[in-house]
Design a protein around this ligand. Structure first.
Ligand SMILES: C[S@@+](CC[C@H](N)C(=O)[O-])C[C@H]1O[C@@H](n2cnc3c(N)ncnc32)[C@H](O)[C@@H]1O
Length: 210
């Protein structure tokens, strides 16, 4: 896989106006990830790289939704599109590489379509920050575009991945990444992984913070 410098905040500022047009392609995978995470009402929740708020919206519509949730993103223009949230839920501009939260502040966290857009050199930093702000035993769920072993979805995922390599400023979000190798060195145990091929071929991974 070629080394990636990541997608810049400027690119997300530019893409923000049309980002929601493709949300239908990620909706099922986000739902699968939230099933895996199974956050409960008393679990304080963090969503990093929250974008226009797809994870928060889906989480808010669940019967056992957490009482407190925070979404962070480096792009103010993406966050401006999040819309109304339940009481005690909020979003703020923050960088996943240096989260403005105390150690062990959260019970659960999600990173939906974030890990593949940060620079390769920064991924460990993001995971280390997620580990720091999660309590021991806390859970993290990730969603990333990924390349399944076989089938039409594999061919589709490869086309997306090539597009991402050719035009990272526009399609960098489609870069394929399997995070299962990167998680253990940063202090996470991989608990479960589920593929979702309805929409972007994506891998949802549930991990526990050691
Ligand atoms: C592909 S979008 C995913 C948005 C949302 N999670 C979703 O599933 O629709 C990636 C998001 O990550 C944000 N992002 C990129 N690098 C970041 C960083 N270092 N810290 C926080 N957010 C970041 C971008 O601004 C963008 O909103």
């Amino acid at each position: 896989m070629p080394v990636s410098d990541g997608v810049t905040t400027d690119a997300w500022e530019r893409l923000s106006g049309r980002y929601d047009r493709q949300l239908w392609l990620e909706r099922c995978a986000v739902g699968t990830a939230l099933d895996l995470l199974a956050a409960t009402a008393d679990e304080r929740t963090l969503d990093v790289g929250t974008g226009t708020g797809e994870v928060l919206r889906q989480l808010a519509s669940r019967p056992a939704r957490p009482r407190e949730a925070i979404g962070v993103d480096t792009s103010p223009a993406m966050l401006a599109r999040v819309g109304a949230l339940p009481a005690c839920w909020s979003v703020q501009v923050a960088d996943a590489r240096a989260l403005p939260f105390a150690d062990a502040e959260f019970d659960v966290a999600s990173a939906s379509y974030l890990l593949q857009v940060v620079a390769d050199a920064d991924r460990a930093l993001v995971l280390a920050e997620l580990r720091r702000v999660l309590r021991p035993g806390g859970r993290l769920v990730t969603v990333t575009p990924a390349i399944p072993d076989a089938g039409l979805a594999r061919r589709l995922a490869r086309v997306f991945d090539q597009l991402a390599a050719r035009r990272p400023d526009r399609y960098g979000g489609l870069r394929a990444l399997d995070p299962r190798v990167a998680l253990p060195p940063e202090g996470f145990t991989v608990m479960e992984a589920r593929w979702n091929v309805r929409g972007y071929p994506s891998l949802c991974v549930l991990a526990r913070r050691l």
